[in-house]
Design a protein around this ligand. Structure first.
Ligand code: GDP
Ligand code: IMO
Ligand code: MG
Length: 423
């Protein structure tokens, strides 16, 4: 069997959690391969709402294996909070969840370093989630990181060395902090972590594939936040793209199957950085209000704008997307017309290939299409789609050259319409 991969094609928050939950019944195993608690994946079903950060979104569909892969960075304290909240709501994870020994640990001082680096950048700050993601991946790449598997061998010595190094940096930045309380809680959470299945996940996953088990990989963030191909430096610190699934799980590129690319019918971004189609007017505010565009974890206001086909085409190319999934089309239900950016104007010239940099000089070129002006939130099948909506889908499929297989018309698991049923 192969690993199917689900990836965000914009700046994150496309609705990955919801769709992974919807697709889970088709799979035996759900895995996370990069990112960490910077993610906030929302699921809604049976009138309940859950937000997951490090735990795969397959956890609610009984009997599935859920794996936190080696490419993930894990904060034991935030993990404990997440796992305990799930246990309190009747979802015990200890038997269904597996954690790679090679996943890197987010230390208390990583979180402080994240804040210190942001403060040092001043107005040029990235607007990170403040979870220590950048500093933890930095330590991984500079070969100074601590891994989950280190818990089992000489942990205290390794921890003390890492902390001393971090404290020297914080001192050089003249950054005031007190880590005592956080550290005490963190160590308690470290003990809590030991009750889970800590495994060599690359063997576990490959063995499962060989045995005929089906695996879905759940991306975090989105392609435009990828450290190589996103809007650098306003990105996260991992490879959020399809290739990140190979390094973040230990699976060969030959074992990648379907690549699901997920996008909103418009576009959002949280944190700083360029966003060519951002709307600063009433329309942007309207999208934010109707779409409840506030961070799932941080509550931060998300910046809103029209769909950007230049970035979407780029993301489809980089990831080799085989099927598209469009989310939150219901948010545009009441609009007279909708716009899609089909090119950028740079120095008076129109370009359709995503450029090296997107800055103030990039001006979006829009196509305006008729809105559908119908409440689609209770629709059950594509036969009910209004004509204008079908025209919008056809326009996108023609531009993007990939079929839109699923349309989501509301946050609930049930508000999901599969367009092309498999034979
Ligand atoms: P993720 O990080 O990609 O999993 O996405 P988030 O959970 O951060 O943000 C998506 C938000 O949109 C959540 O609040 C979801 O409940 C909500 N959502 C998902 N799909 C839809 C949809 O089709 N329509 C509406 N109105 N909301 C949706
Ligand atoms: P999900 O998985 C949206 C953004 C932050 C910031 C930048 C770097 O829910 O889609 P970091 O803390 O990673 O160093 O922050 O990336 N960011 C996200 N934006 N959704 C996310 O995850 C994000 N994770 C990080 O806002 O701009
Ligand atoms: Mg999110």
């Amino acid at each position: 069997m192969k690993v199917d991969v689900l990836l965000g094609l914009q700046w994150g928050d496309e609705g990955k959690g919801k769709v992974v939950d919807v697709l889970t019944p088709k799979y035996d195993m759900i895995t996370r391969f990069q990112g960490g608690p910077n993610a906030g994946h929302t699921l809604e079903f049976n009138g309940e709402k859950y937000v997951l950060r490090s735990i795969p979104s397959g956890i609610f569909q009984g009997g599935k294996m859920n794996v936190i892969g080696n490419g993930v960075v894990l904060d034991p304290l935030l993990f404990r909070q997440e796992a305990e909240a799930l246990a309190a709501s009747g979802h015990d994870l200890t038997k269904q969840l597996y954690i790679s020994k090679k996943a890197h640990l987010i230390l208390p001082t990583h979180r402080i370093l994240d804040a210190a680096y942001e403060a040092a950048k001043g107005s040029g700050k990235i607007g990170t989630t403040g979870k220590g993601i950048g500093p933890t991946y930095t330590d991984k790449v500079s070969r100074n990181g601590l891994r989950v598997g280190d818990l089992l061998h000489e942990f205290d010595r390794k921890y003390a060395a890492a902390k001393a190094r971090h404290e020297a940096i914080l001192h050089s930045l003249h950054y005031d902090y007190d880590v005592t309380e956080l550290e005490a809680e963190w160590f308690k959470a470290l003990d809590y972590l030991k009750q889970f299945n800590l495994i060599d996940s690359e063997h576990f996953i490959n063995r499962s594939l060989k045995e005929g088990k089906s695996v879905l990989a759940e991306g975090a963030q989105g392609t435009m936040l990828d450290v190589d191909f996103g809007s650098y430096p306003f990105v996260t610190s991992s490879n959020t793209i399809c290739a990140g699934c190979c390094t973040g799980l230990g699976v060969s590129p030959r074992n990648i199957g379907e690549v699901y690319g997920i996008f909103k019918a418009y576009c959002t971004r949280v944190g700083s950085g360029p966003f060519p189609t951002e709307l600063f007017d009433e329309t942007g505010k309207r999208i934010r209000d109707i779409g409840h565009e506030y961070g799932a974890v941080t509550g931060r206001e998300r910046r809103c704008g029209w769909i950007d086909l230049v970035t979407l085409k780029y993301a489809i190319m980089i990831n080799g997307v085989t099927q598209l999934i469009m989310m939150k089309s219901d948010v545009l239900d009441g609009f007279e017309t909708v716009k899609a950016c089909v090119a950028y104007k740079v120095n008076g010239e129109e370009i359709t290939e995503f450029p090296f940099e997107i800055n103030e000089g990039v001006e979006p070129v829009y196509v305006e299409l008729p809105g559908w002006n119908v409440d689609m939130t209770k629709m059950q099948s594509e036969d009910e789609f209004p004509e204008e909506f079908n025209a919008y889908l056809s326009f996108l499929e023609e531009e993007l050259e990939v079929p839109i297989k699923i349309v989501s018309v509301g946050p609930d698991r049930e508000q999901t319409i599969v367009r092309y049923e498999e034979e």
